[in-house]
Design a protein around this ligand. Structure first.
Ligand SMILES: NC(=O)c1ccc[n+]([C@@H]2O[C@H](COP(=O)([O-])OP(=O)(O)OC[C@H]3O[C@@H](n4cnc5c(N)ncnc54)[C@H](OP(=O)(O)O)[C@@H]3O)[C@@H](O)[C@H]2O)c1
Length: 261
């Protein structure tokens, strides 16, 4: 990037702490105009100030908040080159409420945010889904693996599968139905499936959509025993956020290397 080129713009969800904030810091250092979003405005503003980013409020589970963000960006004439869907939850316990809230934040959240902001994303832009290696299909029972990886699977199929999961948890029959006992894991498997679908949908606009695993990182979510510092995990995300025009789309990556779905 030279001094005469306009600065590209990146928007990050869940930017007030952890990997979202560090991704913002690294993108600012690379010359991006960076917009951090967070559901708590005071936290988000304070975090954005520390890295020289702008701030906008966003709760990814609230369609009204998502629409308000899209409207305010459009009103200000903001064009996005990069969208990083980073916000997610890993809740304690396992029951129907945990399953519902996890799917809302980790699956519907990034899907709704992406759909709402797409009109503002420049052709040739980049969408990053921050996923996790726990969402690798290889760890799922064969029948579910086949359903998530089926050729021609669409977004309604994926959303139908996660709704089946929440229902099965509520009815206490998730094991018989072949689901794992982790809502977080199911949410990331579904997010990966949606990544592939969105990549195909957005190929005509040359918008790249990739999923990234940051590794096991010392954040509030990852805990103190995690093997990676936050800057190392965020580099994995920044790699996918800053791919050139010939970069890959519809892939799953860690440290810039393709990993298995
Ligand atoms: N840490 C790891 O080892 C690890 C490994 C693999 C993947 N990941 C993924 O990396 C991403 C970032 O995780 P992290 O480790 O940085 O976790 P973290 O420190 O717990 O941060 C999570 C972020 O998501 C935000 N968030 C949660 N629900 C939200 C909502 N409804 N609306 C807006 N923001 C919301 C949180 O905001 P509040 O402060 O308001 O709660 C926080 O900013 C996640 O997608 C996670 O699944 C992490």
């Amino acid at each position: 990037m030279t001094d005469t080129e306009p600065r590209p713009t990146a928007l990050i969800t869940g930017g007030n702490r952890g990997l979202g904030l560090e991704t913002g810091r690294q993108l600012v250092a690379k010359g991006y105009r960076t917009i951090l979003t967070a559901r708590n405005a005071a936290d988000g503003k304070a975090a954005a100030k520390t890295i020289g980013a702008d701030f906008r409020p966003l709760d990814v589970t609230d369609p009204v908040s998502i629409a308000a963000l899209a409207d305010s960006l459009a009103a200000d004439g903001v064009r996005l080159d990069v969208l990083v869907n980073n916000a997610a939850v890993a809740l304690d316990g396992f029951n129907a409420d945990v399953a519902r809230r996890t799917i809302d934040a980790n699956v519907y959240g990034p899907l709704r945010v992406t759909d709402a902001l797409l009109p503002l994303v420049a052709d040739g832009g980049t969408v990053v889904m921050v996923s996790s290696g726990v969402g690798e299909l290889s760890g799922m029972p064969a029948p579910l693996r086949q359903r998530f990886a089926a050729a021609g699977i669409g977004r309604d199929d994926v959303l139908g599968l996660v709704e089946d999961f929440v229902e099965a948890v509520a009815q206490g029959r998730y094991r018989e139905a072949g689901w794992p006992g982790s809502a977080y894991r199911v949410s990331k498997v579904a997010l990966n499936a949606l990544t592939r679908i969105l990549a195909a949908e957005l190929a005509p606009r040359r918008i790249k959509v990739n999923a990234v695993c940051p590794g096991w990182v010392r954040t509030r979510m990852g805990g103190r025993s995690a093997s990676r510092e936050v800057d190392e995990g965020a580099r994995s995300i920044v790699w996918a956020a800053t791919l050139g025009p010939d970069g890959p789309t519809g892939g799953f990556f860690r440290d810039g290397r393709r990993i298995a779905w």
